[in-house]
Design a protein around this ligand. Structure first.
Ligand SMILES: Cc1cc2nc3c(=O)[nH]c(=O)nc-3n(C[C@H](O)[C@H](O)[C@H](O)COP(=O)(O)O)c2cc1C
Length: 215
């Protein structure tokens, strides 16, 4: 996605897109807001030893790129000797009994997905008892300049104070029109987004190699 796209353009496009969806809904077009079946990743990397420390990697996605990043993080953690479960937040995973929890979300309209924010709020008590790391997947504000850094840090303004994370990461994501709902595709096209995959698997694995070292 062209870095000149701004959140304001996304929001403006969303407003127009929502109006279009309202019209579509009147015509029974509720399907406009549904994403095509995106990659839902539900994995377990179990270690032979029952002594292995257990980590949950749970994520919220619309088009699957965050799910694939969650899987890559889990694979690296598994190589480090952890027993790891990867579960979508939408499946409301049981979170008791883990030694650490990693929560990730895609960004839509400048915010974590609502189910991810709700997950943190609802489970705040359990999450405050274990080390928690957060990752965010987005397309804007990926630069090394101060403004980009501040803007992406703001994506966590709602959830950061609730869990006091031991680590937070920001990963460039992907835009795959075939995986977007009608509405999201409309918004993406209106802001001039292009199909691209900017995920940096080395950066993702490097983070997973270092995160939760004390867990
Ligand atoms: C409708 C729409 C709105 C988006 N809004 C933002 C945004 O405000 N800021 C941003 O950095 N990325 C935004 N993105 C980019 C997504 O965060 C990025 O494509 C991410 O990889 C999507 O994750 P997912 O495939 O797990 O759903 C938006 C994408 C779409 C389709």
């Amino acid at each position: 996605m062209d870095q000149t796209f701004t959140r304001r353009r996304f929001l403006k496009a969303a407003g127009i897109g929502l109006a279009a969806t309202t019209v579509a809904c009147i015509g029974g077009g509720y399907v406009a807001t549904l994403a095509p079946e995106s990659a839902v990743v539900n994995l377990t990397f179990a270690k032979e030893s029952t002594m292995s420390r257990r980590i949950l990697v749970t994520y919220a996605t619309r088009a699957g790129s965050t799910a694939e990043i969650a899987a890559a993080i889990a694979r690296t953690l598994s190589d480090r000797g952890f027993a790891v479960d990867v579960k979508p937040i939408k499946a409301q995973p049981e979170i008791a009994g883990y030694d650490a929890i990693i929560v990730g979300s895609a960004i839509r309209m400048g915010h974590w997905l609502p189910e991810a924010v709700d997950f943190v709020k609802v489970n705040q008590a359990v999450l405050s008892d274990v080390p928690v790391a957060l990752f965010t997947v987005h397309m804007l504000n990926t630069g090394d300049d101060e403004t980009s850094r501040a803007n992406r840090a703001a994506y966590l303004n709602t959830v950061r104070p609730l869990v006091n994370p031991v680590a937070e990461a920001y990963f460039a994501g992907a835009m795959n029109f075939a995986r977007l709902s009608f509405l999201d595709r409309l918004i993406a096209r209106m802001v001039g987004a292009v199909e691209e995959d900017r995920r940096d698997w080395t950066a993702i694995e490097t983070w997973a190699e270092e995160v939760l070292v004390a867990a």
